[in-house]
Design a protein around this ligand. Structure first.
Ligand code: UDX
Ligand code: UDX
Length: 461
């Protein structure tokens, strides 16, 4: 094989991205490594650890030929000339910057391990979302600890969205590669450009200096999150005035300067990136003495927190201000459809608020299992207030209310007549994703609350 590359971190980003590179470049040997044995075993099995439409096919087309999943991290580093780093970068939970700054301990330990085992020239490509100037820190660790290696560090942030990862990897709007603006840095950039150029038009591959690339990832996610918080703020105003937030979104989105995407009002955004990246931006601005800029972006998070809380409070109000002991069906737990990822899912917060009010929850998600849900809600599997259903119908039986928290396609197709019959009356539906046919549900007899659509006279105080 002409080239050997590896990736540290077999998660939602590392796994699909490397599988795509391997599928597109049969002459490149691609090894994805991770110390987590269960995860690697799953990547080598028929049940991948990540659910993503089309992923199984891409993995199977290359696995065992030029795509390998391994726990031998050191061996993979030794063999590869290009090392992608896609380890987790969660928000710090302790010490300086707790709750805002990124925890870079995994990035640092990756850099130290590379320094320890690398021999000869290596290109390190950061894929993990990290605050600006992490590449510089990695370079310092590598260059001051390695005896035999020489290094270039590039930033190549991933813009794929979960649920559409394969499509996004196949036809990205752009690929961004940042590096040191020295002859060696520019040569390293070209080596990585050459990989992507196998299937992506050159004019979609942007090259920049390191810091522009690192910052662009945070800013892209902050702008996207801001659009959702903006439309969600308007959803509350729509409910007061009787305007319909979907109509408003269509009306403003038809202006080509605004555009139609990311204007879907919801129970709140989730996922591993938006909150973390906006908080990183807030932290950076604070660090650099820009409190006004920090406060501006922080408001995007505050609006999202309020939207999640507001939804839970609306349920409480509708159910005569008490949900104690009442069965509530929760449909959807993933942070969006077509993924089994629950990180920062709005469902976690809504369920926790309802559990605080002592509701009995029956939860169903097509791709998220009971163990993950217990972990997210910080409850034991035998918690008497939470039940795990194997279908939407089962979750709804005997419930006072049904909540749509993830927009899974199957929820649109449910037999709502049968569900209505099986529920207690008045039977409520709270559509946190605005995906159901509300007029039809009202015909059946449901009371319906949807985000940003309540006519002023319908508002229940
Ligand atoms: C990760 C980062 O969190 C994100 O910021 C970045 O944009 C892309 O990479 P993701 O792939 O979604 O996102 O995270 P996750 O699914 O948690 O995968 C991280 C993997 O890294 C895990 O499998 C973990 O076991 C592995 N890991 C962690 C290492 O390989 N080495 C470590 O030292 C720590
Ligand atoms: C995001 C970015 O889109 C991607 O480019 C980056 O690489 C990682 O972060 P992801 O978090 O996987 O991707 O999903 P995304 O589709 O952006 O959705 C994030 C959250 O926003 C979800 O909870 C989704 O339901 C919500 N959302 C999205 C809305 O509430 N309304 C919208 O209009 C769009």
């Amino acid at each position: 094989m002409s080239l050997s590359i590896c990736c540290l971190g077999a998660g939602y980003v590392g796994g699909p991205t490397m599988a795509m590179i391997a599928a597109k470049c049969p002459d490149i040997r691609v090894t994805v490594c991770d110390p987590n044995e269960k995860r690697i075993a799953a990547w080598n099995s028929d049940t991948l650890p990540v659910y993503e439409p089309g992923l199984q096919e891409v993995v199977e087309s290359a696995r065992g030929k030029n795509l390998f999943f391994s726990t031998d991290v050191k061996g993979a580093i030794k063999e590869a000339s290009i090392i992608f780093v896609s380890v987790g970068t969660p928000t710090k939970t302790y010490g300086v910057g707790a709750g805002r700054a990124a925890d870079l301990k995994y990035i640092e330990s990756a850099a130290r391990m590379i320094a320890e085992v690398a021999e000869g020239p290596k290109i390190i490509v950061e894929k993990s979302t990290i605050p600006v100037k992490t590449a510089e820190a990695m370079l310092t660790i590598l260059r001051s600890n390695s005896k035999k290696g020489t290094f270039q560090v590039l930033s190549n942030p991933e813009f794929l969205a979960e649920g559409t990862a394969i499509e996004d990897l196949n036809h990205p709007d752009r690929v961004l590669i940042g590096g040191e603006q020295t002859p060696e840095g520019l040569a390293a950039i070209e080596e990585v450009v050459a990989i992507y150029a196998r299937w992506i038009p050159r004019d979609r591959i942007l090259t920049t200096n390191l810091w522009s690339s690192e910052l662009s990832k945070l800013v892209a996610n902050a702008f996207l999150a801001q659009r959702i918080s903006s439309i969600n703020s308007i959803s509350a105003l729509c409910e007061k005035t009787g305007a319909d937030v979907d109509e408003v979104a269509r009306a403003i989105g038809s202006d080509s300067r605004i555009g139609p995407k990311f204007l879907k009002a919801s129970v709140g955004f989730g996922g591993s990136c938006f909150q973390k990246d906006v908080l990183n931006l807030v932290y950076l601005c604070g660090h650099f003495g820009l409190p006004e800029v920090a406060a501006y972006w922080d408001q995007v998070i505050q609006m999202n927190d309020w939207q999640k809380r507001r939804f839970a409070e609306r349920i409480l109000r509708a159910l005569f201000n008490t949900v104690t002991g009442k069965r509530i069906a929760v449909l959807g737990f993933a942070f969006k459809k077509d993924t089994n990822d629950t990180r920062e899912s709005a469902a976690i917060y809504v369920c926790q608020d309802l559990l605080q009010e002592r509701a009995n929850l029956s939860i169903y998600d097509p791709k998220v299992g009971a163990a993950q849900i217990c972990k997210d809600l910080a409850i034991q599997a035998d918690n008497p207030n939470v039940e795990f259903a194997t279908s939407a119908q089962q979750a709804a039986a005997g419930a006072y209310a049904l909540l749509i928290l993830t927009e899974w396609d199957e929820f649109r197709e449910l037999d709502f007549e049968a569900i209505y019959k099986s529920m207690l009356k008045p039977a409520w539906i709270f559509d946190g994703r605005n995906v159901l046919d509300h007029a039809r549900l009202r015909e059946i007899g449901f009371k319906v609350y949807s985000i940003g659509k309540q006519a002023a006279h319908e508002v229940v105080i």
